[in-house]
Design a binder for this molecule. Structure first.
Ligand code: MV4
Length: 499
């Protein structure tokens, strides 16, 4: 096993990886930019290397700076986390060329799956169902028109180099095709430096369900069940869960999706952790969408239901070890839900809300896991993704996991900046979510139906703030049990109890 590993990332995922390294007795090397001098991942690592200015291009995206840090600190391997360089084939290759182990798939697998048409070809050749469409980029809108006439409208134009919905256009009518083709192509060229576009039949009201796969360097591969990721906004996931409520009620569907995922991954010569994304409809039809060649943000829900540590497994197989489990050893137990906590204002069109976290109270207790990258007094930088933390709950059933999430959310307070914490109870308590009746349009419809963001009266806020400040100064002041009609604020903060 490695003795020292560099974590080429920041925030909660850097901390997540550092924790498993500590458990395995492996020394950790954090990297950081100017904006992250005081960040938690730097404090928690055994060693830290400064990369440079806050701009990602001069820090977390700089291949030479990261390799140089690994060399200087004597790290034998690099964990890329998610985002940044995690799906950069050139980085994986550069690590290999430098004699440093990239903890992930081969550069070739990353490259194969990075092209969306290439990935469709690989998945199809491997025997996984794909959405009807073209396996090549199109040279003109006429080719898209030809496909659309044969397959029928609506169709979806997508960027060959795509991902995250960029360069993607829904086309409902023949007359719109040419202009939408041009706008998809120019957006793709701007976003990816590659304007190629292809076309697929559009799957309406689909769910986004993804399968976790894991392979070693000896030809062993397992799937670790699925995650339902349909609750998203603008291609940003908000709530994920495992098992998927749809898959849980469709006999045999998990096995069919799992086998299809393994087929797609095998066809790419895949090893380490990977995720195969599918679109699924309520009849149990599913289609390969793309493969993510990294550890994903939402991996904790899979860890909670399988009891596995995916980062430990990543390290073991990257060091040449044999996968510690076979397919028959994988048992999904109970249910797990994850809420992504963002520094953004849901009442103001989800505008990012960076700044100082003046107040932080974190949930804990039975079945609660908090993967957070922040602390009270820290300033959330403007330069990076505004995700603060992931709150994950596990329980024996989906309903109990949701109840537990509501309880944990009630213990969670973030002050000084805006967060989306207030949104989750509304979603989790909705009839649609409770019923597991989800698709990728769920959250847009929920928000469009109108959410009441009326803040509490300012006078009440001032009173609360005064009591919190007093409690801070007199922590020894014991609250007195309140009667049944007294609010929790009054129960713990009554001014006359603060002696
Ligand atoms: C689709 C689709 C419907 N039909 N393809 C969005 C991002 C990219 N990864 C693929 N996406 C979609 N492709 C066909 N043929 C609907 C989506 C889609 C979506 C997919 C996953 C998660 C959220 C989504 C939100 C809107 C649209």
């Amino acid at each position: 096993m490695f003795q020292k590993v560099l974590v080429a990332n920041r925030g909660e995922i850097a901390l997540r990886v550092i924790r498993t390294l500590r458990e395995m007795g492996i020394r950790s090397v954090a990297v950081y930019s100017d904006a992250d001098r005081a960040s938690l991942h730097v404090r928690k690592a055994d060693e830290a290397a400064h990369l440079g200015p806050s701009a990602s291009s001069e820090s977390y995206l700089s291949i030479p700076k990261i390799l140089d840090a690994a060399r200087r600190h004597g790290a034998e391997a690099i964990h890329p986390g998610y985002g940044f360089l995690s799906e950069n084939a050139a980085f994986a290759q550069a690590c290999e060329d430098a004699g440093i182990v990239f903890i992930g798939p081969s550069a070739r697998s990353i490259r194969l799956m990075g092209s969306k048409t290439g990935a469709r070809q690989v998945a199809k050749d491997g025997g996984a169902p794909i959405v009807p469409g073209t396996e090549q980029g199109l040279t003109s809108p006429d080719e898209a028109l030809e496909f659309a006439r044969a397959a029928g409208f609506p169709v979806m134009l997508k960027a060959v180099a795509g991902g995250g919905g960029k360069g993607m256009r829904r086309v409902d009518r023949e007359v719109d095709l040419r202009s939408l083709f041009e706008s998809a192509s120019s957006e793709a060229a701007r976003s990816f430096g590659d304007g190629r576009v292809y076309v697929e039949k559009l799957i309406e009201n689909a769910r986004h369900i993804e399968v976790q796969v894991f392979g070693d360097h000896h030809g062993n591969m397992v799937h670790l069940g699925e995650r339902e990721c349909s609750v998203q906004r603008r291609h940003q996931k908000v709530i994920e869960e495992s098992p998927s409520p749809l898959v849980a009620r469709m006999p045999g569907l998990r096995e069919r999706m799992g086998e299809a995922a393994i087929k797609a991954a095998r066809a790419a010569g895949y090893y380490n952790a990977g995720t195969v994304e599918f679109l699924a409809d309520n009849d149990g039809n599913f289609y390969f969408l793309e493969m993510n060649t990294r550890l994903q943000v939402e991996h904790p829900v899979t860890e909670m239901v399988t009891g596995l540590d995916l980062v430990r497994m990543q390290l073991e197989v990257a060091a040449g070890g044999v996968l510690p489990i076979r397919q028959e050893d994988v048992v999904l137990r109970g249910a797990a839900v994850e809420c992504r906590i963002y520094a953004e204002d849901p009442a103001n069109n989800f505008f990012p809300s960076p700044g100082r976290i003046a107040r932080l109270a974190e949930p804990s207790g039975p079945g609660v896991r908090l993967d957070s990258g922040v602390y009270q007094g820290w300033t959330v930088p403007v330069e990076y993704d505004p995700m603060l933390a992931k709150l994950i709950t596990w329980a024996g059933t989906r309903d109990y996991a949701i109840d537990r999430m509501l309880r944990a959310l009630g213990e969670y307070h973030v002050g000084g900046i805006r967060s989306n914490l207030g949104l989750f109870p509304l979603i989790l308590n909705s009839a649609g979510f409770r019923a597991g009746d989800l698709d990728t349009g769920f959250l847009d419809r929920f928000l469009a139906a109108g959410v009441d963001w009326e803040p509490a009266a300012p006078a009440e806020f001032a009173g609360i703030a005064a009591l919190v400040a007093m409690a801070d100064r007199k922590p020894e002041a014991a609250p007195v049990a309140a009667g049944p009609s007294t609010s929790r604020w009054l129960a713990t903060g009554r001014a006359e109890n603060l002696r």
